[in-house]
Design a protein around this ligand. Structure first.
Ligand code: GUN
Ligand code: FE
Length: 435
């Protein structure tokens, strides 16, 4: 039986506030080596030094010498695209037609959607990701399946039916009235249930008509606590196409503004090809860019200028964007984010990277009270990591001269093989036998 009160011993790491992009000082870092983290009723209720043993009413798990952090938050990932991860040879628009749309078409079969949802959530947890903002497919069954699996595990998950009424294969197209009806049904069934929230999900401007984008804006205007997720300014051909399709819009981002889709609960993947006015608009409306470095490199999309976004006051979170992205591991994703900045002469710190994948994402999503930190009162979504999981990584780890150096090597060399255990709302995740 799982004890109601749980105490985990290890090195606690989280953040009290946002570090700047390139400052390696410890100002906002909360590192509590060898502490017990106390969890009661699925929430964090305290922490105390390792020498202060919790009494026997606590179930004690000793992870001494391991790193205990809030579970990662992946702010942009596609559940059906586990089937197309690592597909060779294309840029975005070709990649969608050649690999992605055919894979998503298979989710018309509800059993395929259910199997895919199960596998996807299992894989997230196996990578130390306890919360995610997810694109399923246009099929209602794919949304039900994801929400059902997440509810079963009491996970914080945000998703919604993909909207696409043009420029997609017929079997993946919906229409405005049918899509609206399905959205309303899904919102009523799932939004606010357990730890679930609904995101109005136009795939991207090219695959929705004006009428459909207006419908999406209408849903948001009557229920401002809904999220909105889409893609923006990822690829140069895509940007040109949007300019042709929406000649009256000032920019790609402006298309979404015109239809009432931007606000503090909007999550926009990529945002590589933005200008100064776009960045100012993001800062003004509080929408976030879900930076997806492995995807941007793999699809040859471009390099995100995080410095300029930060300088403009725009929010940035970090995402895997599987299957354009090449790993569900947020550690690998952070390592690639570092390289994307390095190519532009900037040096992302481990602090900023790990903050962005935890508290930063939580704050951008308006969920800072619930996830992203080890604050008392937060839900106990926790990952326990081995600092080093290979002979080379152990060698490097032993040579680290500062905590930042150690965590930077962990972030650069680590992946899901470093994960020792994961808890969702205080309950340990047990690997499914079928996966
Ligand atoms: N733009 C529209 N759809 C997609 C998608 O599935 N993946 C990525 N990376 N970009 C998109
Ligand atoms: Fe994407």
């Amino acid at each position: 039986m799982i004890a109601k009160r749980l105490a985990l011993r290890g090195d606690l790491l989280d953040f009290s506030a946002a570090p700047s992009l390139t400052d390696t000082s410890m100002k906002t870092v909360r590192f509590r080596p060898d502490h017990w983290l106390l969890i009661d009723g699925g929430r964090i209720v305290g922490a105390q030094p390792g020498s202060q043993l919790p009494d026997p009413s606590w179930w004690r798990e000793d992870h001494s010498g391991r790193l205990i952090m809030p579970g990662f938050i992946d702010t942009h990932v596609h559940s059906p695209q586990l089937d197309v991860i690592a597909s060779y040879g294309t840029e975005l628009l070709d990649w969608l037609n050649t690999y992605t749309f055919p894979a998503e078409s298979r989710y018309a079969i509800a059993a395929a959607a259910r199997y895919g949802a199960q596998l996807f959530v299992e894989c997230l947890l196996e990578h130390g990701t306890t919360s995610a903002v997810v694109f399923p497919t246009v099929h209602k069954a794919s949304v039900d399946a994801l929400f059902e699996v997440a509810l079963d595990r009491n996970m914080r998950l945000i998703t919604g039916k993909v909207l696409m009424d043009r420029h997609a294969p017929p079997e993946l197209r919906d229409d405005v009235e049918g899509a609206e009806r399905e959205c309303v049904e899904l919102i009523e069934r799932w939004h606010g249930r357990g730890r679930l929230a609904y995101a109005v999900t136009p795939r991207f401007a090219p695959t929705s008509s004006d009428a459909q984008l207006a419908m999406a804006g209408g849903l948001l205007s009557v229920a401002p606590d809904l999220y909105m997720q889409t893609h923006v300014a990822e690829n140069r051909d895509e940007v040109r196409w949007v300019a042709e399709l929406f000649p009256d819009a000032r920019s790609y981002l402006d298309v979404y503004r015109r239809f009432g889709l931007l606000g503090p609960r909007a999550v926009l993947a990529h945002g590589i090809w933005l200008d100064g006015d776009d960045r100012a608009l993001l800062a003004e409306c509080g929408a976030q860019i879900a930076h997806s470095p492995t995807s941007n490199l793999f699809l040859g999309s471009g390099l995100l200028d995080w410095r300029r976004l930060e300088a403009a006051g725009a929010r940035v979170s970090i995402a895997t964007d599987v299957g354009g992205g090449t790993s569900l591991s947020m550690l690998r994703t952070l390592a690639e984010a570092y390289k994307v900045q390095a190519l532009q002469g900037s040096r992302l710190t481990a602090w900023k990277a790990l903050y962005t994948a935890t508290r930063g994402a939580a704050r951008a999503l308006g969920l800072e009270h619930e996830i992203g930190s080890l604050d008392i009162g937060s839900t106990a979504d926790i990952a326990v990591w081995n600092y080093a999981a290979s002979p080379l990584a152990r060698h490097r780890d032993a040579l680290a001269r500062s905590l930042h150096e150690r965590l930077f090597a962990f972030m650069t060399l680590g992946d899901e093989r470093n994960l020792e255990s994961v808890l969702v709302a205080g309950t340990p995740h047990v690997r499914a036998a079928s996966v």
